[in-house]
Unconditional design. Structure first.
Length: 205
């Protein structure tokens, strides 16, 4: 008798999904003109940049306990660094995506009989006085500089420091570009705190 009851319950559970409700999906607020105006208050900020910034920084919504005031604080910090921060960010991300999608040219294979033998004692065209061939300019270096202008740290290996810029002897590797905030700047040297890991790193000489 008991076995029959258990079979009936299992049948109902298997047929009625209401017994296992799906987890609620995270609902983020819609960025409306009214919300932008409310968050700006009386501050002298560009509503268009604020709207773009809120849309970008909503990725931290769950991390900051769904506090829009904290999200707005992140946006204001970035706009204090550059009034057009989110325009620059969009341009950089579009450029990086384009570079990632562009297939590299396949290396041309030259038949052995067509390869010309090197001519001895012939100075390469454009060589320096020491006879060295100038290296080709790396376009990625220009991209790195543009990213750093808006405090986005390109992927790479960096020296970890304290808040004052004193190196700890440790290294940190970034596999993707990360946003950061400038803590101090002296000449070409910047101390940047990464937004995600909160580590301090030194950029420049």
């Amino acid at each position: 008798m008991k076995q029959g009851i258990f079979d009936s319950v299992r049948k109902v559970v298997s047929e009625d999904n209401d017994f296992m409700p799906a987890p609620e999906a995270e609902v983020k607020p819609e960025i409306t003109d009214e919300l932008v105006s409310e968050l700006i208050g009386g501050e002298d900020l560009d509503p268009d940049q604020v709207a773009k910034g809120l849309q970008v920084e909503l990725e931290h919504y769950a991390t900051v306990a769904k506090e829009m005031s904290v999200i707005m604080g992140i946006v204001k910090d970035h706009l204090a660094e550059s009034p057009k921060y989110y325009d620059y960010l969009a341009e950089m991300e579009a450029k990086m995506a384009e570079e990632a999608e562009t297939p590299q040219d396949e290396e041309e294979v030259i038949p052995e009989e067509e390869v010309e033998a090197p001519v001895e004692d012939e100075e390469p065209v454009g060589a320096a006085d020491e006879g060295k061939v100038p290296t080709k300019r790396d376009d990625s270096e220009a991209t790195r500089k543009e990213l750093l202008e808006v405090n986005i740290v390109p992927k790479g290996v960096y020296a970890v420091s304290d808040k004052g810029g004193k190196a700890s002897g440790e290294k940190i590797q970034l596999d993707v570009a990360e946003e950061g905030s400038v803590v101090s700047k002296e000449g070409n040297k910047k101390v940047i705190q990464l937004n995600k890991g909160k580590n301090y790193i030194v950029i420049g000489d």
